[in-house]
Design a protein around this ligand. Structure first.
Ligand code: CXF
Ligand code: ZN
Length: 370
């Protein structure tokens, strides 16, 4: 048993409350990680606001980075002292996992949003003698706290010479945008790419499109500061969707439509734009998460007769043990400067971080624990 501090959501909409808690010791296949920092992702807000069902009270946070503090007796993947990034959770035994398609694990929802281990147990209780369950294991990690208890599967070792406090967002938002471009859409050299949504995911996609050799890279958003940053990160054009019709502008820039588009805003209207802005045989990737049950429309003949493709993408189709180290290397080589998206906050400032992120003031808040 270990005393920890963590940010707990007790009611729909928050706030995050810092609480003293007790965390169980690792089971044989588990790892205790001393959290150095944890990025804040839009999905933390989705869970806080109960747009996805997550049991309360819960510790959110799913972009943790830290140092291995203790390992269970059967853990082989990491050793005490290793630097790690935490990522999403998958079961490892369903058909998708056996095929290596971990982001489409048949048990993805309960494992990542169920607020407990795979067997339904929680590892966290208040430090006041009561046995009240504090839901944890959000994305297998619940990293808005001083320590996380995770399965060895969702621990990814990273090099000691990389800036650990920066790396947590590689475990979700950044790999979602970069992986959508590199793994799922497979953006090709000389192609055109348009990101609809200029948050952390959309801007990561812009950086990845540049790294992949796309020669026309368009960022569409409604926040001028994000559009300016997109230009610095590799966009060749930007569109303020409040001021111009992004479909028309993309068609004009590309001479008929983009080869690849990515929808990261979570708004059905924007998804429609991302489909309409495609070239013949173009592909639109969907990564934005609206409330459960949200539906969207598209012109069926428009899609069918032009051979357009529309694909859902979770976590950038990442195989995290392979892909996260690649992103670290690209960052170290200066080809993927995702540090430009980041602003650091202390755990006490976590509600401010959430507010800044929702206002668009901060693109990727990182809560620094030490
Ligand atoms: C989520 C988005 C909603 C579906 C599951 C994965 N990505 C992480 O924030
Ligand atoms: Zn996320």
């Amino acid at each position: 048993m270990l005393k920890i501090k963590a940010a707990v959501i007790r009611q729909k909409g928050g706030p995050f409350q810092i609480e003293d808690l007790i965390q169980e010791d690792p089971r044989p296949d588990e790892v205790r990680v001393r959290i150095v920092a944890a990025g804040m992702c839009h999905t933390d807000m989705v869970a806080r606001d109960q747009l996805y069902d997550v049991p309360l009270p819960v510790i959110l946070g799913h972009e943790g980075s830290g140092i291995v503090e203790r390992i269970g007796s059967a853990v082989k993947k990491v050793a005490v002292g290793d630097h790690v990034v935490l990522t999403f959770m998958w079961c490892g035994h369903c058909k998708s996992c056996l095929q290596g398609n971990f982001t489409y694990c048949e048990h993805f929802y309960p494992l990542n949003f169920g607020g407990a281990r795979e067997d339904g147990s929680v590892a966290t209780h208040p430090d006041n003698g009561t046995q009240e369950p504090i839901h944890d294991h959000f994305f297998g990690q619940s990293s808005f706290g001083t320590f996380a208890l995770v399965h060895e599967r969702n621990v990814i070792k990273v090099p000691n010479d990389a800036p650990l406090e920066l790396l947590g967002p590689l475990g979700c938002g950044i790999q979602t945008g970069a992986g959508a471009v590199m793994n799922a859409l497979k953006v090709t050299p000389g192609s055109s790419f348009a990101a609809f949504g200029g948050g952390a995911v959309g801007l990561s996609a812009v950086m990845a499109a540049r790294a992949a050799g796309a020669t026309t890279i368009i960022s569409a958003d409604v926040v001028p500061a994000r559009l300016a940053l997109a230009m610095e990160l590799g966009a060749t054009h930007t569109i303020n969707s409040r001021e111009a019709d992004p479909v028309e502008v993309v068609r004009k820039i590309t001479g008929g439509g983009a080869d690849f588009t990515l929808e990261s805003s979570g708004h059905p209207v924007v998804l429609r734009q991302a489909i309409d802005a495609l070239a013949i045989r173009g592909t639109c990737g969907i990564v934005g998460a609206p409330a459960l049950g949200t539906e969207a429309s598209f012109d069926v003949n428009g899609v069918m007769t032009t051979g357009k493709r529309i694909i859902g993408i979770v976590e950038g189709d990442s195989k995290p043990d392979l892909f996260i180290p690649v992103l670290v290397e690209l960052y170290q080589q200066g080809k993927f400067p995702f540090d430009r998206l980041v602003k650091f906050y202390s755990l006490d400032q976590i509600n401010q971080a959430a507010e800044d992120s929702e206002k668009g003031v901060t693109i990727k808040p990182i809560i620094q624990l030490e």
